[in-house]
Design a protein around this ligand. Structure first.
Ligand code: AGP
Length: 614
């Protein structure tokens, strides 16, 4: 997902913009650029590759002083990642510069119209079309704000546009539809960012923009309008993430820092959401208790790790509430013509709150009158803003592209939702709910215990650094854990990894087992003997065929010892909550193996932190 910074104020815009782009590097990108307003024109530079390439170019050919500017880190959608396709893009005369996040779906038709009118577009991007259209408007005599409103009325798709006019150093103008954008409000200066990390070292007062809005920032003010030019309002809020929270705190990777933050993150996800008797209060669930009592089906939609959190949630929600619960990949959901009514609760799980597949899926659900509840980590993002209700996971900034605390706090939020539904609908007695809440309240310590006992993982990573494939097995709530463990390994170590429901082995996958193949096995707690014993059988089956079994089981589970080449101890927790502890060793293994392999753990190849294109 692209990173965007805009600035107007008293400081040197070059410094503010470059530093802002550095804070946004985690979003994943493949080129970077900057444009400054100087002496009636635009001065700038843009380079493929990392931000350092741009900084090197600017050092060799310095940019002039300016207090108004924009910058961009691009994650390529239309056009290869190269200097020409990097943003900013200019119009024909070079008077207007624009950066963009998203996809302009009707750009081909607009490009054709511009070229027939004699415009020469040099890049493969959809963004350049916006630059030429904006410049046409400005050259016709309107200011940049009116130009932006006019152009946005013609664009289709998902876009955040931020532009400057070389002949008007007083303002930076931006617009958003279906794509993230926030304003930072300072003293005698104002900022624009694709997220708050772009400006929180300068200000923590932020303004969240709504759909189809244009914002004009000047040194002394912020004005919001709709695409027709009518005055509009954003939502002011205080950013409670300080810069330190987004730094590495001495860890080698953001991801490792975030793995070790999980005890605190789980505690924060629970904070203020239950009283000492275990009675839940989810104030942000702006769906009335009566409406929740009418719910006759839950459908959870998500992608990636969030989808695996949804799979765990299904077991919990159905067990506690007896409401049918379906789980669906967001990008599949709306194309299968799902059966939705006013009594369907669609739950959208998204750490970033900007995943286009999930955003489009909830929009479909809303048109079908379903009630939509978001489980999200990012305040001010699009998915919760468009949902009827939200449960924020309060994990704090998750910078590593591979989700860890984002995933675990999603599990906590899903458990809270399931228990809340059971409380409201009376399918569980207060003392039963209180017992689970008390178990949840102990999970920060349980997770800390797993982290403290994780020494064997580092040796494991060294041992398997040449592995070409790793399998993961689990049953019941351990099956989604196996899938998440495989995903972590794929996205970080770039090796083949696959998760299976252990009962599925004999239906084909067991043919994969060969001598020395590492197989992670998640063993359910012994309280559910049927599941526990069947999992031990599966471990025996793979071991008999030469697999190297890495067994995650309760630390006092002696039955597994004869079948474990490596034993990873887990604290004893209820079956439904075991994903909170069983996932940790897999996160650590993937992080350590990728580190041993010399990979960029925080920004794995080809991946972005939030996928804002479908
Ligand atoms: C998880 O490690 C990945 N980064 C990815 O699968 C992610 O979970 C998925 O893209 C969904 O993102 P979201 O939670 O922000 O919607």
């Amino acid at each position: 997902m692209c990173g965007i910074v805009g600035y107007v104020g008293d400081k040197q815009a070059r410094d503010v913009v470059i530093e802002g782009l550095r804070r946004l590097e985690y979003r994943g990108y493949d080129s970077a650029g900057i444009a400054l307003v100087h002496d009636g024109t635009i001065a700038g530079d843009k380079r493929a590759g990392k931000l350092a390439n741009l900084e090197k170019a600017i050092a060799e050919t310095p940019l002039p002083p300016s207090t108004t500017g924009i910058g961009h880190t691009r994650w390529a959608t239309h056009g290869a990642p190269n200097d020409v396709n990097a943003h900013p893009h200019l119009g024909s005369t070079g008077r207007v510069a624009v950066v963009h996040n998203g996809i302009i779906e009707n750009f081909a038709r607009l490009r054709d119209e511009l070229e027939r009118a004699g415009h020469d577009l040099v890049s493969e991007t959809d963004t350049e079309v916006a630059a030429h259209l904006l410049e046409n408007e400005v050259l016709a005599g309107v200011d940049l704000t009116a130009a932006m409103q006019a152009v946005c009325r013609r664009l289709e798709g998902a876009f955040t546009l931020v532009a400057v006019d070389g002949q008007d150093p007083s303002r930076v103008v931006a617009a958003r539809r279906n794509s993230p954008l926030v304003v930072g409000i300072g003293e005698g200066e104002n900022f624009i960012g694709s997220d708050v990390a772009a400006f929180i070292e300068h200000t923590r007062e932020a303004l969240e923009l709504g759909q189809d809005q244009v914002v004009t920032i000047t040194r002394d003010g912020v004005e919001v309008s709709d695409f027709e030019g009518n005055a509009a309002e954003g939502r002011r809020y205080h950013v409670n993430w300080d810069l330190a929270a987004a730094e590495k705190d001495g860890y080698d990777w953001f991801m490792r820092k975030e793995i070790f933050e999980q005890p605190r993150a789980i505690g924060d996800a629970l904070l203020g959401r239950h009283d000492e008797n275990g009675l839940l209060q989810l104030d942000e669930v702006r769906i009335s208790d009566d409406e929740l009592r009418d719910i006759d089906k839950v459908i959870i939609i998500a992608c990636g790790s969030s989808y695996y959190a949804a799979m765990v949630a299904k077991y919990a929600i159905e067990h506690w509430t007896r409401i049918p619960c379906e789980v669906e990949l967001s990008h599949e959901f709306r194309y299968r013509d799902p059966i939705l009514t006013r009594n369907t609760l669609v739950v959208a799980i998204s750490q970033s709150g900007e995943t286009a597949d999930t955003l489009m899926a909830i929009r479909h659900a809303i048109t079908q009158k379903a009630r939509v509840l978001a489980i999200c980590n990012t305040n001010g993002s699009t998915i919760p803003r468009e949902s009827d209700a939200v449960i924020y996971t309060h994990a704090g900034p998750e910078i590593g592209v591979a989700s860890t605390k984002g995933f675990l706090t999603q599990l906590v939020a899903c458990y809270l939702l399931g228990l809340y539904l059971a409380q409201v609908r009376g399918t569980k007695y207060g003392d039963e709910i209180g017992a689970v809440v008390r178990e949840l309240a102990m999970m920060p310590d349980r997770v800390q215990q797993v982290l403290d006992d994780s020494g064997a993982i580092y040796a494991l990573a060294q041992r398997f650094k040449d592995a070409k494939s790793v399998l993961f097995l689990g049953r019941h709530a351990g099956f989604p854990v196996a899938l998440e463990g495989a995903l972590k390994l794929k996205e970080l170590a770039y090796i083949h990894a696959e998760g299976f429901a252990a009962g599925e082995l004999k239906h084909g996958p067991i043919a994969l087992i060969e001598e020395g193949l590492p197989v992670f096995c998640v063993v359910p707690p012994r309280g559910r003997d049927q599941l526990h014993d069947k999992m031990i059988s599966a471990i025996q089956e793979v071991r008999a065929r030469g697999a190297l079994t890495i067994v995650l089981a309760e630390s006092d589970d002696t039955e597994v010892v004869p079948y474990a080449d490596v034993l990873i101890p887990l604290p004893t927790v209820p079956t439904l909550l075991q994903p909170l502890v069983a996932t940790i060793p897999m996160q650590l293994f993937a992080c350590e193996l990728a580190t041993v392999m010399g990979h960029d753990v925080d920004q794995p190849r080809n991946l972005a932190k939030s996928v804002t294109v479908e």
